[in-house]
Design a protein. Structure first.
Length: 397
């Protein structure tokens, strides 16, 4: 009977915890994304610190450099992107007129049938004009709401990641203090392994997407395609989608190239595929080792996150999959540093006596001093004595 009660309590507690996590899923996702962004910034911050720049200044420089680059790209791209969108809308209207004029006369049987089903241009524009005001208001409100929500979430992620990067060591010690002493080394290794893998994945995807956008824009412009900035942006964003991103990037390029003939369409599609394959086979292996992670786990994570968060979950699925597999790897195969930690503890304990003797000598010199010492010095010595005592107990355990 007692065992049944215990199992019931465990099941109810698990279900309650899952319900609470689901209710606060957005806040949890924002927090986890802030940790991921902080992990992506860490190598750049450490590079500045290695050049003897204070850490708080290195932190500001790293964030300012990346955010400034992103803002500069948006400013440069915004004007030609608006032109491409306007040109595309005009081309769609012109294309509709040409279909209505040509297909009923010189088209195939299928094209003539489709042309007969299409409404006249005047009726189409009149129908759109009747509902244009309502739809425009809804579209503007929807776009504004989504943009404000996305901007607020992005700002929150950046602010939280900034706080975490500024005091990551303190937060790490605080979290590890909740675990038993014998488990802290392995937990620290798992945590830092997750940070390294997740940060590498984010940097890899952003760098590849940025390079793909530049290369696609240059190629489309040399080919003379219409709306090269819009096509390059679609290709760069499609690259973030796992597996099907390359196909989604090839289709718009092929359709845009058909306006200049079948050969140009095939050339645009082939060029898009070559650029994306170069990203995966040349750039990605130098930044992130995707082949070391299981595709089966990625499929399961994609199904779960896509059902819960839609397209955002699809884009974040590889990130979550890599983090889960890193945790599993470190739990099943602990790192070598954890295996030799006992040897390191023995060597450190042997040198603890020398530290204690040195501190005792400093204490004796302080007590024999004829001049009064500042209280800060005495407080510092007391803190050192406490740290050495704590370290001695740790190595004895």
């Amino acid at each position: 009977m007692r065992r049944i009660v215990w199992y019931t309590v465990v099941v109810l507690a698990t279900i309650t915890a899952l319900i609470v996590l689901w209710q606060f899923r957005q806040a949890i996702v924002l927090f986890l994304l802030s940790l991921a962004v902080s992990a992506a910034f860490r190598p750049l911050i450490d590079a500045f610190v290695q050049r003897h720049i204070p850490r708080h200044i290195a932190l500001i420089l790293a964030y300012a450099l990346v955010l400034g680059l992103a803002a500069g790209v948006l400013i440069v791209v915004s004007e030609p992107l608006a032109r491409d969108v306007a040109r595309l809308s005009n081309q769609l209207a012109i294309g509709y007129e040409q279909i209505k004029a040509r297909w009923p006369v010189s088209g195939t049987q299928l094209e003539r049938s489709l042309a007969g089903m299409l409404p006249p241009s005047e009726e189409l524009y009149a129908g759109l004009a009747d509902e244009r005001a309502v739809q425009m208001v809804r579209a503007v409100l929807g776009v504004t709401t989504n943009a404000l929500g996305f901007g607020g979430s992005l700002a929150m992620i950046l602010i939280l990641s900034l706080y975490w990067s500024a005091d990551s060591i303190h937060f790490e010690r605080l979290l590890l203090s909740l675990l038993p002493v014998e488990q802290r080394a392995q937990a620290r290794s798992i945590w830092r392994g997750i940070e390294k893998g997740v940060g590498a994945y984010i940097r890899s995807e952003l760098i590849q997407s940025f390079l793909a956008g530049i290369l696609l824009w240059l190629g489309y412009r040399l080919m003379g395609l219409d709306s090269p900035v819009l096509l390059a942006l679609l290709g760069a964003l499609a690259w973030l989608i796992p597996w099907f991103g390359a196909l989604l990037a090839v289709i718009p390029a092929f359709l845009a190239g058909l306006s200049g003939g079948l050969g140009l369409g095939i050339l645009a599609a082939a060029y898009t595929m070559v650029v994306l394959m170069a990203q995966e086979w040349v750039i990605e292996p130098r930044i992130f080792r995707r082949q070391s992670y299981s595709s089966l786990v990625l499929v399961l994570v994609i199904l779960i996150l896509t059902d819960a968060f839609g397209l955002v979950g699809l884009i974040l699925a590889p990130l979550v999959s890599a983090a889960l597999q890193i945790v599993f790897k470190y739990l099943v195969h602990p790192p070598v540093t954890a295996a030799i930690s006992q040897v390191e503890c023995l060597e450190a304990s042997q040198g603890m006596g020398a530290l204690e003797a040195r501190l005792a000598q400093i204490r004796a010199e302080m007590e024999g001093s004829t001049q009064p010492l500042p209280p800060e010095v005495d407080n510092l010595v007391l803190r050192l004595e406490g740290l050495i005592a704590d370290a001695s107990r740790y190595y004895e355990e």
